[in-house]
Design a protein around this ligand. Structure first.
Ligand code: GDP
Ligand code: MG
Length: 453
């Protein structure tokens, strides 16, 4: 479900954040990836075209440069795709509420009613379902069985053919419930017959909401369907079902956004608990596989700016590398959140392909180191060597930062290791053409037993 869009976005964003500059080749590639995935997901070609134009315009805007351009591009892509998917709108259920479900045959009305009954009764509402589908012979049985699964009461009549009479029969009893979900009959298409029937039911039952149920596999056709129902019966929102079984879900969702029909829920399977509230923002974060946009933008800007990189390179050439440099790396690394990123940020080392287990992330430890560095004086940071000789200082830092002296010594060891690696010329070598087998062996011997991260 929408995985293709997710993957294309993910890879585009990765391409942007990993690239040094945004050039025409990159932009063309990204636009092509995004276009392909959106069109495969059945998103309207015109919308895709408009999005491409926006990306291109921003990308080629000469007034925005470097990191800023990358950030803005990623944000643009994120925001525009989110806008394509529409706004989040929650169904407000307070006090006594009646919801009428409508839709064509087989759209998933009855299933969705049971899912919602389950959803709201789990949230403390007293829920009833009312069967007014007198068209399909097995409709009442189906609702009855599904209500049983949801553990809510079903009001049905297997013989009565007039939906209004069924409602009248149970009207009084239904007043005891917080939430009444009303199932109605569908048709093959939105014909006069269906419109009249729904209007009559609506007049009699006076629902607080009218929700149109549509299956995701109709793709872009959801647009026509939603607007026809909107015109004839004025709907408050939609539920898109069968999101699990189609590549066209993007079409259905974007079509709803276009017609401004809020998507309250999506159905993601046949089971009673396979229902989700639809929130474009968290949805897109999820398909992008990241927590939120801010974290992402931080990643881009902290993935060492060119300036920062230059500075470290220079310090390295001068043979200088203080705890402060390490500290800066730790700081930016905290935003990125992985330990090997620290190494990859130090020029040369990233390319040296140090065995992964050596670099495995130990974020807890790094946090402690960071605290320890925070408790150091400037002199100690610039000149960590003085710490080694003065146990009292280590003890002071340990107390001040809640770190053990062992951890501080380990930090110093790390620092020394990285520093000697950088000043031994190996880093440069690695940067130029990679380390030879011999160099790697030398490194391994040199740090054997020292690397305990
Ligand atoms: P109705 O005619 O509108 O009441 O539609 P039903 O509720 O009877 O659903 C029609 C078919 O779609 C049934 O076989 C359901 O099991 C199936 N269905 C409904 N919602 C979903 C969903 O979210 N995912 C999947 N995979 N199937 C669904
Ligand atoms: Mg039904």
């Amino acid at each position: 479900m929408l995985e293709k869009i997710g993957n294309a976005l993910k890879s585009s964003i990765k391409k942007i954040s990993n690239s040094l500059f945004v050039d025409k080749k990159l932009v063309d590639e990204i636009i092509k990836d995004i276009q392909r995935s959106l069109i495969e997901a059945d998103v309207n070609v015109q919308l895709v075209f408009e999005l491409s134009q926006k990306i291109r315009k921003l990308a080629l805007d000469e007034t925005i440069k470097g990191i800023e351009k990358k950030e803005q591009l990623i944000k643009l892509i994120h925001d525009e795709i989110q806008a394509l998917l529409g706004e989040k709108k929650e169904l407000q259920i307070s006090g006594k509420t009646k919801i009428l479900f409508l839709g064509l045959y087989g759209s998933g009305k009855t299933t969705s009613i049971a899912k919602l009954a389950f959803y709201y009764s789990k949230r403390g509402k007293k829920v009833a379902v009312l069967g007014l589908d007198t068209q399909r012979p097995a409709a009442m049985d189906q609702l009855e069985q599904m209500a049983e699964k949801a553990k809510v009461q079903a009001f049905i009549d297997k013989k009565e053919k007039n939906p209004l009479k069924i409602y009248k029969k149970y009207k009084k009893e239904l007043e005891d419930f917080d939430l009444v979900l009303i199932d109605s009959a569908g048709r093959d298409g939105l014909n006069k017959d269906l419109i009249k029937e729904i209007k009559d039911i609506e007049k009699e039952t006076k629902p607080d909401y009218r929700i149109l149920v549509m299956p995701a596999d109709i793709g872009q056709a959801a647009k026509t369907q939603a607007s026809e129902f909107q015109k004839a019966l004025s709907i408050d929102g939609v539920i898109i079902t069968r999101m699990d079984g189609t590549a066209k879900a993007g079409g259905a969702l974007t079509a709803c956004a276009e017609t401004r029909a809020p998507v309250f829920f999506i159905g993601t399977g046949e089971r009673i608990d396979e229902l989700e509230t639809f929130d474009p923002s968290s949805f897109i974060s999820r398909i992008l596989g990241m927590g939120d946009l801010n974290a992402l933008l931080e990643k881009v800007s902290s993935a060492t700016t060119e300036k920062q990189q230059k500075r470290i390179e220079e310090r390295m050439k001068e043979g200088k590398f203080t705890l402060l440099d390490l500290y800066e790396q730790l700081k930016s690394m905290n935003q990125i959140g992985s330990f090997d990123k620290l190494m990859s940020m130090i020029p040369g080392i990233g390319n040296a392909k140090i065995p992964e287990n050596v670099l495995q992330s130990q974020e807890g430890k790094v946090k402690h180191w960071k605290n320890a560095i925070d408790s150091m004086t400037e002199e100690e940071i610039e000149n960590p060597e003085i710490l080694e000789k003065q146990t009292a200082r280590i003890q002071r830092i340990s107390k001040g930062s809640g770190t053990t002296t062992g951890e501080i010594r380990e930090l110093l060891k790390q620092y020394k290791m990285i520093k000697s690696m950088m000043t031994s010329g190996m880093a440069e070598k690695a940067q130029e053409g990679g380390l030879s087998q011999k160099d790697m062996m030398k490194l391994a011997r040199k740090f054997k037993g020292k690397i305990k991260i």
